[in-house]
Design a protein around this ligand. Structure first.
Ligand code: BDR
Ligand code: CA
Length: 337
């Protein structure tokens, strides 16, 4: 590219950035990277129910809660449920960068979306690999206009960054569900599932220099699906409302027993809720390192919450959520579908 063209491109890029910052009506372009998972499914529905604020450019599936053939299929089921078979869905990586895949059927059931009866999707899976879609989209769209929303292990994102480091500077923001500080761990005493499954990928992403906002268990454990919330979804009398109620009914049984709580944490929708109403969250911009060496604490997010080191902050690590506001938003949006 010539110097003149480069200057022009960067001026266009900064104009778009300016517009996005000053024009709240301009939808934010996102890629959802996901391993559905009932809570991933609710997150996708929330995004697709919010076209005024969010434009889903594509969904990339990754192996996580269940293996890739199921996560890509589940992503298409959810798009069809939202009446959006036009959203392109891509299959990404089928295994972590260096480790054997760990899955979570004990939470999400054999299909990942256990609970209600579901039909196979009829919309096609895109032929392109999910990682190629991420790379191409970040290169094609103006720099600083595409937000990545990972809801599962970070394998696809890390692979894209490794293969095409030039895209890192073009990412507007990465808003992801992963990690824990005060809540420590859910899959092991020390680690949250998404980071545990592919800690090497998480390390690449957290060290990439891209702006990161993370929703750890500390936040998502405040988004508890209590009985009145689930009843609210059921009362909608819509297909989407009924599905969300049936999904939460299913995965609640495991978490209620485990935590002795009144409901289960609705983890992944926190990412999309943050894009819609960031003021309902608060946290700290701190350094987060990922444990990759120890077997005992594999995948631990070592967050410098109290700022006791001089390590450079690399992530906005959320800690609090206005749960009433979160469920009001979720209920209002799911009712639109
Ligand atoms: C995360 O792991 C998965 O089970 C959920 O979908 C969520 O992304 C919570 O630890
Ligand atoms: Ca997930």
């Amino acid at each position: 590219m010539s110097a003149a063209l480069r200057t022009h491109a960067s001026r266009v890029d900064s104009q778009v950035e300016l517009q996005r910052n000053t024009n709240p009506r301009m939808p934010r372009n996102i890629i959802i990277d996901t391993d559905p998972g009932q809570d991933d499914a609710v997150a996708i529905l929330l995004a697709l129910a919010s076209p005024g604020e969010i434009e889903v450019l594509g969904i990339t599936a990754v192996a996580g809660n269940v293996p890739l053939p199921l996560t890509q299929k589940n992503a298409r089921i959810v798009c069809e449920l939202a009446g959006r078979p036009d959203v392109p869905v891509f299959a990404g990586c089928s295994a972590p960068l260096t480790r054997t895949l760990v899955t979570a059927e004990h939470v999400h059931g054999k299909t990942g979306l256990d609970g209600p009866q579901l039909s196979d999707p009829t919309m096609p899976l895109q032929e392109w690999h999910g990682v190629d879609f991420i790379i191409d989209t970040l290169r094609r769209e103006p720099s600083g206009t595409v937000t990545l929303c990972p809801l599962g292990p970070l394998t696809n994102i890390a692979t894209a960054f490794q293969r095409a480091p030039d895209i890192i500077a073009r990412v507007a923001e990465i808003v992801l569900m992963g990690g824990a500080y005060f809540q420590v761990g859910n899959i092991t005493p020390a680690a949250e599932f998404n980071i545990y499954v592919d800690p090497e990928a998480a390390e690449i992403v957290f060290r990439s220099g891209a702006p990161i906002t993370t929703m750890p268990l500390d936040v998502t454990h405040k988004a508890l699906t209590t009985a009145p919330h689930v009843q609210g979804f059921r009362n909608m009398g819509t297909k989407a409302g009924t599905m969300v109620a049936a999904w939460t009914d299913f995965f609640e049984r495991f978490d209620k027993e485990k935590y002795g709580s009144d409901g289960a944490p609705l983890h992944d929708p926190c990412v999309i809720a943050y894009l819609l109403e960031p003021e309902m969250f608060s946290g700290r911009h701190v350094n987060v390192e990922i444990e990759t060496k120890s077997n005992l604490t594999r995948g631990m997010t070592v967050a410098d919450w109290w700022r006791v080191t001089d390590r450079t902050p690399n992530a906005m690590f959320m800690g609090h959520l206005d749960a009433d506001r979160f469920f009001d938003l979720l209920t209002e949006r799911i009712a639109r579908l």
